[in-house]
Ligand binder design. Structure first.
Ligand code: GRF
Length: 206
């Protein structure tokens, strides 16, 4: 009844996705299994996507989560489309007063304004052992380069794409005969363990 005292307020996690949403699902399931609500007062408050048709949104709804679409294509006609989209997205995220903003396969480069607004709260997962292979086609590039080890990185988000302080990594061997799909699938299963582990640590520190 009435106003909830600050000590009782939940730590909200907002997850941003563009694709399959398997990392989002792994985080939500870990939060349930490991009782993040009881242990940290934390919950996944919402899942936001820039793609109305992405499979992850359907998964989020099945998990009973609040979802919202901020479609980047709707801002194509604006004088500064990227800035306009990011401002709308930032407002939608801010609505949940998030403790953490978790990029999980979110395939848009965010403006410095967005990054600044959520500084210290914004984390990303990237499917390589950063600082190796920022950008796209990470598994194919690792195989082409002859890497013996690939992996994934969770890092804080800064203005520079796929950089920022590393929070944790997982290494995955590149096996003889691996193609990008086989390696990517093995890395992805490890991402599902890595991301919840990092978030657990961040929540316990807050
Ligand atoms: C993951 O490999 C993640 O590291 C990268 O995009 C992929 C997203 O997969 N940023 P999903 O949408 O979580 O299934």
């Amino acid at each position: 009844m009435g106003i909830i005292p600050p000590s009782m307020q939940m730590k909200n996690i907002v997850i941003l996705i563009s694709g399959g949403g398997s990392n989002m699902q792994a985080i939500v399931q870990a939060a349930q299994r490991e009782d993040w609500a009881g242990r940290f007062g934390a919950r996944v408050a919402a899942v936001l996507s820039n793609r109305p048709d992405c499979a992850g949104l359907a998964k989020a709804r099945q998990l009973g989560l609040a979802t919202q679409v901020v479609d980047h294509r709707a801002y194509a006609g604006a004088p500064e489309p990227r800035a306009a989209f990011d401002a709308a997205l930032a407002d939608a995220v801010e609505h949940h007063a998030p403790t953490l903003v978790v990029l999980a396969g979110f395939m848009r480069i965010l403006t410095p304004e967005f990054v600044r607004r959520f500084a210290g709260r914004l984390v990303n997962i990237h499917p390589s052992l950063l600082p190796a292979f920022p950008g796209l086609r990470t598994h194919a590039r690792a195989i082409e380069a002859g890497c013996r080890v690939a992996g994934a990185t969770v890092h804080r988000v800064t203005d520079e794409l796929d950089y920022g302080p590393i929070l944790d990594q997982v290494a995955v061997p590149v096996l003889p005969g691996d193609d990008a799909a086989a390696l990517g699938a093995r890395v992805l299963t490890q991402e599902h363990l890595l991301y919840p582990r990092v978030l657990t640590r961040l929540l316990s520190e807050r």
